[in-house]
Write a protein that binds this ligand. Structure first.
Ligand code: GBH
Length: 447
């Protein structure tokens, strides 16, 4: 049993979580640089200033990926490293850094998948109102143009904006991620609308500026409802796309992008919040999306009871990861089916992975058998889905343990162990396993 030929096997990272080099050259600050300095926001006061020092060690990291047999690398560009003020002047050092990283990847035969924005919003633009400013879509469009002009030649796959659900939901509504705001729902809708306009303008700008055919996709935080039994398929799908008033849904963002309309289910909520917009915006938002990139870690099990959809409490036997997410492997089967039925787009898993409580043993090894088991369970279900709907790629989150946002360095998702004190990288047992999975195009999962 193996995946389609040319299945894309990769790993994913994000700039703020690994780069460090927060104060190098003329880099501008971003909302995480500034916001995480306030006490009480990040686990035990951890900071991303040094991160995994990828800014200095990127050559070592590319060599490591090559050694691990990684075929594709999803990373994000730190907007304020390239454009210190968010718009206008381009940083020579930012240009050099991403140019050298892309060249190293090319040399190693690793395909870059570039995310334009993974949450590290330029502080200079935040001070101008950030995503609430009606000009903010234009700022993103300019940034997309700069990236395409400078690096477009070496990039064939772009991801516009990582998980609007999270930086809007947690960053602008719940206030637990940068910029740590607790706006009213109507204001978050306004910000989300600008994010969508930015995607629409960005997508068109990338295609206009790149001189070769490119693929442009999304990366959505997808936490679907999972049918408890196959009989609950219909209600689980309905619940996945229902109006949950928490900015965490995928269809709230991708219906506008792909169909040019907000989902009907959300209209009443938008009206209650006094949110309105000119209809002409929807034509700007509507984009040509080549692949539906999705980040899935778990979901909620649901079933129908007395005509109502209920979310089941996990049984005490349900395995949990270190982030306390339930291990529900069939999320990888049902999730893409729901998406493909709604959108009809090929699916790429732009993230999936597991945090475990683990440490280097006395022999200097990390024998993370649970991660290997997780990969087997989850990827076997992904394989089952891929026999029914097109799934063309998988990016493990993440290459090495890194700065897990509000959790600091306490949650370890990596295939490679990272020591924040010595900055040393040590591949875990799972890295060797993943290498075999890649080499056998998935057959290793069934051994
Ligand atoms: C991704 O976010 C990020 O893109 C990445 O940067 C991050 O490091 C990685 O995942 C690992 O966390 O309240 O129990 O229902 C994942 C965002 C977090 C969104 C969990 C859904 C629901 C948790 N997801 N959240 S729960």
């Amino acid at each position: 049993m193996s995946f389609v030929k040319n299945f894309v096997w990769g790993v994913a990272t994000a700039s703020y979580q690994i780069e460090g080099g927060a104060h190098e050259a003329d880099k501008g600050l971003n909302v995480w640089d500034v916001g995480s300095a306030t006490e009480g926001r990040i686990f035990e006061g951890h900071r991303g200033d040094v991160g995994c020092d990828h800014y200095h060690k990127f050559r070592e990291d590319v060599a490591l990926m090559k050694e691990l047999g990684i075929k594709a690398y999803r990373f994000s560009i730190n907007w304020a490293r390239l454009l210190p003020e968010g718009v206008g002047k381009v940083s020579e050092d930012g240009k050099r850094f991403y140019g050298e990283l892309l060249a190293a990847l090319r040399e190693a035969g690793i395909e870059p998948w570039v995310t334009l924005f993974h949450w590290d919003y330029p502080y200079a633009l935040y001070l101008r109102g950030g995503w609430l400013n009606p000009e903010s879509p234009k700022w993103f469009e300019e940034y997309a143009r700069v990236v395409a002009e400078l690096f477009g030649d070496s990039i064939s796959h772009f991801i516009l904006i990582n998980e609007p659900q999270v930086f809007l939901g947690l960053g602008h509504s719940a206030g637990t991620h940068a910029p740590f705001l607790r706006l009213s729902d109507g204001e978050v809708m306004r910000a989300a609308h600008h994010v969508l306009l930015a995607c629409g303008l960005g997508e068109k700008m990338l295609r206009k500026t790149c001189k070769h055919p490119i693929k442009v996709g999304t990366s959505q935080a997808y936490w679907p409802s999972i049918p408890d039994t196959p009989d609950d398929y219909r209600v689980a799908k309905q619940d996945t796309f229902a109006c949950h008033r928490d900015f965490g849904s995928v269809n709230y963002y991708t219906d506008p992008l792909i169909f040019g309309t907000y989902p009907e289910e959300f209209r009443a909520w938008q009206e209650e919040c006094g949110f309105s917009y000119p209809e002409s915006d929807m034509e700007i938002i509507r984009s040509k999306i080549d692949f539906y990139g999705v980040n899935t870690y778990s979901g909620n099990r649901v079933r129908e009871q007395n005509g109502k959809i209920i979310t089941l409490t996990p049984t005490p036997a349900t395995p949990k990861t270190d982030t306390r997410w339930n291990v529900y492997p069939d999320v990888m089967y049902y999730g893409p089916k729901f998406l493909f039925e709604r959108y009809g787009l090929p699916i790429i898993y732009t993230e999936n992975g597991v945090a475990l409580s683990e440490w280097k043993d006395l022999n200097g090894e990390i024998n993370d058998d649970c991660r290997i088991d997780f990969l087997k369970r989850y990827l076997r279900e992904m394989f089952r889905a891929s026999c029914e709907v097109p799934i063309y790629g998988y990016f493990y989150w993440t290459l090495y343990d890194n700065f897990e946002w509000a959790e600091g360095f306490s949650k370890k998702f990596g295939l490679v162990h990272f020591d924040p004190e010595t900055l040393e990288r040590t591949p875990k047992k799972s890295a060797a396993f993943y290498k075999k999975v890649i080499e056998t195009n998935g057959e290793e999962l069934f051994r």
